[in-house]
Every structure is written in structure tokens, then in C-alpha cells.
Design a protein around this ligand. Structure first.
Ligand SMILES: N[C@@H](CCC(=O)N[C@@H](CS)C(=O)NCC(=O)O)C(=O)O
Length: 220
């Protein structure tokens, strides 16, 4: 096995697992280190030195003197810049400037829109549903960081009581994504999110878990 080019501090959450998806899709050798949110390891002094926000994920690039990158979308863009030179899952800002801009638009929408406003996501789901009405991917002709950033929130929607019955295009798009072998593999790293088990828990517990996993509300 090749030695890891990067280390990813992660847990089972859309914020962290969108990064494992990108690493798997690009066949980048990486090491996963999981932190326990229950033990508040993400707030320990050593971790705050690499991620002052005290949240997961954080990527460490061993080929750049252990340079640390935090905030999931910044990590995705860093991975694209340094490890996706063939643009398998990203668009080139120079030769594909419009697609690159659209990719940024949808990443920002998912990062600033879907993630923190998960409580009021139906309108945001409708935006995605409309976007996917006559296209396979959020941006351009292939799977990209925009899809990778957004889909795990949709995949986990049941946890907060939303289902996708009213969103047929979103359902089909999600089906296309989760049937990709490398993406499916990444969804099991560090562990597979067990949506059905969450759904059976009492509502207060579900919301607390949802808040911790998705980071839309602080759980003390
Ligand atoms: N905007 C951040 C959000 C990260 C986030 O919310 N991570 C959650 C994952 S479970 C977390 O670390 N929660 C623990 C905490 O807030 O202390 C990103 O996209 O990287």
C-alpha cells in the first residue's frame, strides 16, 4: 500500500465525508483519524492548533510540510487544485471559467445554504430539484465537487424528518451518485451513516444527533 499523501481528521458527517468521497474518487492515498465528539476531542488544544474552529474535518498535506486545511469546501478546492490536475471531479478555472464559476456557486450554496439552514431545507431542496430537472449533474457534463459537496446533506435528510418523495429529480441524482463504487466506498469511511437507525430514535435524540452530525446547531 502506498504511504498516505494526506491525513484527514474526520467523523461520520456530511461535512467530513464529502472529503473522503473526493479522496476516494481521485485514488489519493490517505489516512483517516477519527475524533470523538462526545469526548470533545475536536476542542483539544492540539487540534485547535490545526483547526481554530474546533470542528471536523481537517486535512493535513504531508507533501507540503504538513500544511493544514480546514472547512470542508476549502478542503475540496485544495484537493482539486493539487490532486485533480486532470479535472476528473472538478473544473479548470482557466480553460473552463464558466463551469468553474458555476461549480463555486453550487459549492457555496451547499456550504452556506443547505448546511447551516438544514432546519428549513425544503425550499433549498426545491432549488436543487429545479436545477436537476434537465441535467444529470449540478454543473457541466460530469460529476464534480458541487455534487460531492451537496449530496450527503440530501442523503441524510431523513434524519431530520424530510423525505425525498416530492423530489424525483433529487432522488435520481442521488441514485446516480451513490451507485459510483468509489463514492459508495467513501461513504463507509470512517463509518457508514446509519440513517434508518437514527430515524427510529426519539425525536429529541434524533435532533441532538442531527445537530452534532450536521453542525447546524451547537449541542452542549
Ligand atoms: N463549516 C464547517 C462545518 C464543520 C462541522 O460542522 N463539523 C461538525 C461535524 S460533526 C463538527 O465538527 N461538530 C462538532 C462541533 O461543532 O463541536 C465545514 O464545512 O467544515
Amino acid at each position: 500500500m502506498s504511504s498516505p499523501r494526506v491525513t484527514l481528521y474526520a467523523n461520520v458527517s456530511p461535512a467530513a465525508q464529502c472529503v473522503t468521497v473526493a479522496l476516494e474518487e481521485l485514488d489519493i492515498p490517505y489516512e483517516i483519524k477519527t475524533l470523538s465528539l462526545i469526548d470533545k476531542e475536536q476542542k483539544s488544544d492540539w487540534y485547535l492548533k490545526i483547526n481554530p474552529n474546533g470542528r471536523l474535518p481537517t486535512l493535513i498535506d504531508h507533501s507540503k510540510e504538513d500544511f493544514a486545511v480546514w472547512e470542508s469546501s476549502a478542503i475540496l478546492l485544495y484537493i482539486a487544485q493539487h490532486f485533480d490536475t486532470e479535472h476528473k471531479i472538478s473544473y479548470d478555472p482557466v480553460s473552463e471559467p464558466k463551469l468553474y464559476s458555476e461549480q463555486l456557486q453550487w459549492i457555496f450554496f451547499a456550504h452556506g445554504g443547505i448546511a447551516p439552514m438544514y432546519d428549513e431545507s425544503t425550499r433549498l431542496f426545491s432549488v436543487l430539484e429545479g436545477r436537476l430537472k434537465d441535467r444529470e449533474w449540478l454543473v457541466g457534463p460530469h460529476y464534480s465537487l458541487a455534487d460531492i459537496k451537496a449530496f450527503l446533506w440530501i442523503h441524510g435528510a431523513k434524519i431530520i424528518g424530510l423525505n425525498l418523495v416530492d423530489y424525483p429529480n433529487l432522488q435520481k441524482w442521488l441514485g446516480r451518485i451513490v451507485s459510483r463504487p468509489k463514492t459508495d466506498k467513501a461513504m463507509g469511511i470512517p463509518e457508514r451513516m446509519d440513517v434508518e437507525t437514527f430515524v427510529k430514535k426519539p425525536i429529541e435524540e434524533t435532533r441532538a444527533i442531527g445537530a452534532a452530525l450536521f453542525g447546524f446547531k451547537k449541542v452542549e
